[in-house]
Unconditional design. Structure first.
Length: 335
């Protein structure tokens, strides 16, 4: 891993965290919360300016950023003194900003390179799709009764089912049909013998729409993976990757060019949004859950209870991170 690659990877992760924190910062300012500090990086302060009570600064370690809001309950503009709905918006703004940034990056890729559509361009003779009656022009809308948003969904579902039968739902002449297809192993891939249509010169709006669908696809796949792990159907060795895996993948992506890095950054930032919204203490999702409890019950959780919940949650998260790092080292995911 050369110096340039290292710098690009650091820049990528810094940008992801900074954008996330920017979401919290913007909504805090909109809701008139006193923001004491908005930083790029961590560690000792290198330089910066103070404006309207906020210290805007750059710190020595260029890893992301942070927002420090007033927690003084005697200050009417502190975060704890704001209405639950205001605090909910401030907390949710971080994941939302990450999500929108991911769509923005995906849109850049789609606009410049086009994208595959879920409609069939051609069907290869003597292959499963041909035998099942699929034709050019058919639009695939579901696989095993699961809605598909992009061609990635179709490809991943075919690959996951291997040589098992799959139910393909499709639209032909505005009518819905379904057929049973059994993938075959060819060139180390499970295939059904179709090629998709491609939009090579999409408009800006079409690119954004496709990127939104791509983000939904990523969200659905992530939660399916989490569901498989929680129910014991997943594989910890292959379905979970931690910081070591991400750095390894990032290095390979950087080697393959800047456009692939932009795409990967979009993917990771959406994953960051998804994970942060999990209803777990110490994550944004945990804070959102506690604020929703307050909104519904009209009772605020005691500060000591909140502190204890978040402390325990943070400890569990750190233990999980250590576990994932050890797993990455002992059982690295094959790239």
């Amino acid at each position: 891993m050369n110096v340039v690659n290292i710098l690009l990877i650091i820049l990528m992760f810094s940008l992801l965290i900074f954008v996330h924190e920017l979401g919290h910062f913007v909504l805090a300012k909109i809701n008139k919360v006193d923001v004491e500090q908005f930083s790029f990086g961590f560690g000792s302060r290198l330089c910066g300016i103070k404006h309207n009570g906020t210290d805007y600064n750059i710190k020595i370690l260029p890893f992301g950023g942070s927002v420090q809001m007033s927690e003084d309950i005697n200050n009417e503009n502190s975060l704890p003194r704001k209405k639950p709905i205001q605090r909910l918006l401030i907390v949710a703004a971080g994941p939302l900003m990450s999500y929108l940034f991911g769509i923005f990056l995906f849109s850049i890729i789609s606009f410049n390179f086009g994208f595959s559509k879920t409609s069939i361009n051609s069907v290869q003779e003597n292959m499963p799709a041909y035998s099942a009656g699929l034709k050019s022009g058919d639009k695939i809308v579901s696989v095993n009764n699961k809605k598909v948003f992009t061609t990635d969904d179709i490809i991943m579902n075919i690959s996951a089912n291997k040589s098992s039968q799959i139910n393909i739902g499709y639209v032909r002449n505005d009518k819905k049909y379904s057929t049973i297809v059994t993938p075959v192993l060819k060139d180390k891939q499970y295939l059904i013998g179709i090629a998709f249509n491609t939009n090579r010169n999409p408009s800006v709006l079409t690119s954004i729409k496709h990127s939104f669908n791509k983000s939904i696809s990523s969200i659905v796949e992530t939660y399916h993976t989490l569901g498989r792990l929680l129910t014991g159907k997943g594989n910890v060795k292959t379905d979970i990757g931690g910081p070591v895996t991400i750095v390894r993948v990032s290095n390979e992506v950087v080697k393959s060019g800047i456009w692939n890095l932009i795409y990967f950054t979009g993917f990771i930032t959406i994953q960051l949004a998804i994970m942060n919204l999990l209803p777990f203490p110490a994550l944004d999702g945990g804070w959102i859950l506690m604020i929703l409890f307050e909104l519904i019950s009209r009772k605020k959780l005691p500060e000591k209870a909140v502190e204890l919940i978040n402390t325990i949650g943070f400890m569990i998260l750190m233990a999980f991170m250590v576990f994932v790092m050890i797993k990455d080292i002992l059982f690295p995911i094959k790239l």
